[in-house]
Design a protein around this ligand. Structure first.
Ligand code: GLV
Ligand code: MN
Ligand code: MN
Length: 408
């Protein structure tokens, strides 16, 4: 039997594994990430799965089908979080998938395909600034160059993996082949306000918006805050402030484009020193790749122009880019039917947030089910869902799994 109470309790239990007391922060390859993995592996085993950590630190469980070794329907989401996160982004999808498998197991039900559930170790990209590390490894599109990327303490990803007991050379070995995965389905909170506004518990995702992430460095001249006249300054932070507003203005010009400067660091960072160097990030997203790419080039040109006028030097690096991932029509149709079978109106909607399904799209058709969240708030400790909506999501996912079939 599905238990929404257990789903909610497990989200609460996982939220205890945090870097911050009294909040939730759990980044890739951290001690709290390891503790969360252990807990999830235990729940997978209780649900009748064989479960293990893979070579990049994903918690991976498998529930065999009518006979061992069949191709799988893959379910999952991520177990890492942003800083000061909510407890449902990612975790709800993993825990709900385990709940569904547990329900099949308790009834002794085997299906004509295996089910794999993966709790991906990194989707948010908080630690190394590059996202979807766990799901890209499973999809065979992990970029080995990212092993050299460093976290804020200067630790390279390759070293962080080795310190956690993983061998980076084994990462290519966890890549799945196309025929192994019949489809990938992910349940996730909506992270937006549409379902709540329409009084709906669940929605079927049509596509995941693409994203581009930039790192911008502006270089001016550090100097004494008391002695250098305003007209003789090359203040990198004042220049960055203009760039932040330019990003906002350019994104605002198109209703479907969003642009965010989420991180900024000024050096040397003292009250009485003119900032000589600033590094900031830019995140641009849109439902069409051409729209996004156009916004990125307009923003880049504007940054260069601002720097020219202020006599600053600029360097713009593309950290990561992912195109729009469309959900497969045949899977959306099966998800629609599962939604309707549970008595809900079918509502399709796009995803503005990124998801592990973007990576899995490289080896399989994908689909997603959104669950309503309060006031559309996510990436915040205020993230909240009701037990009734968790029940609705799990019931729809279970029905989707039970009736899943690949068209001939
Ligand atoms: C992940 O949550 C993202 O969309 O950045
Ligand atoms: Mn997130
Ligand atoms: Mn997420």
């Amino acid at each position: 039997m599905l238990s929404a109470e257990r789903i909610m309790q497990r989200c609460d239990e996982l939220a205890r594994h945090s870097e911050l007391p009294g909040g939730l922060t759990r980044v890739f390859l951290s001690p709290e990430g390891r503790a969360a993995n252990e807990q999830v592996l235990g729940w997978m085993r209780e649900a009748g799965m064989q479960a293990r950590l893979d070579a990049i630190g994903n918690a991976a469980g498998r529930y065999e089908g009518e006979r061992p070794g069949l191709p799988c329907l893959m379910l999952g989401s991520h177990l890492d979080t942003v800083r000061d996160a909510g407890r449902y982004d990612g975790m709800l999808g993993v825990i709900s998938a385990i709940e569904c498998v547990g329900s099949l197991h308790s009834q002794g039900k085997r299906l004509p395909f295996a089910i794999e559930v993966i709790g991906f170790g990194d989707e948010e990209g908080v630690r190394f600034g590059t996202t979807l590390l766990g799901s890209r490894a499973v999809a065979g599109i992990f970029d080995p160059n990212s092993l050299q990327m460093k976290d804020s303490r200067g630790v390279a990803m390759a070293d962080a993996l080795s310190e956690s007991g993983f061998d980076p050379k084994k990462i290519p070995g966890i890549a799945r082949k196309k025929g192994d995965v019949l489809a990938y389905a992910e349940l996730h909170i909506e992270q937006g306000p549409v379902l709540e506004a329409e009084g709906l518990a669940v929605g079927v995702v049509t596509a995941i918006n693409g994203f581009s992430r930039l790192r911008v460095t502006l270089r001016g001249t550090a100097g004494h805050a008391g002695t250098v006249p305003m007209n003789l300054r090359r203040d990198a932070l004042a220049g960055a402030a203009e760039c932040v507003l330019a990003t906002e203005n350019i994104a605002r010009k198109h209703a479907e484009v969003v642009g965010t400067v989420g991180r900024i660091e000024a050096k040397p960072g003292a009250i009485n020193v003119i900032p000589g160097e600033v590094v900031f990030t830019v995140d641009v997203r849109a439902p069409e790749d051409s729209l996004r790419k156009n916004a990125v080039s307009v923003i880049s040109r504007e940054i260069e122009e601002i720097c020219r006028k202020r006599n600053l030097r600029s360097e713009i690096e593309l950290l990561q880019e992912f195109g729009v991932t469309r959900c497969a029509p045949w899977l959306m149709a099966q998800m629609d039917r599962a939604v309707a079978s549970q008595g809900f109106r079918v509502r399709r909607l796009p995803s503005g947030a990124g998801h592990d399904g973007m990576a899995l799209g490289a080896i399989a058709d994908i689909c997603m089910l959104f669950v309503r969240c309060k006031a559309g708030i996510s990436h915040s400790p205020l993230e909240s869902i009701t037990q009734e909506d968790a029940a609705a999501g799990a019931a729809v996912l279970l029905e989707f799994i039970r009736s899943f079939s690949v068209p001939r």
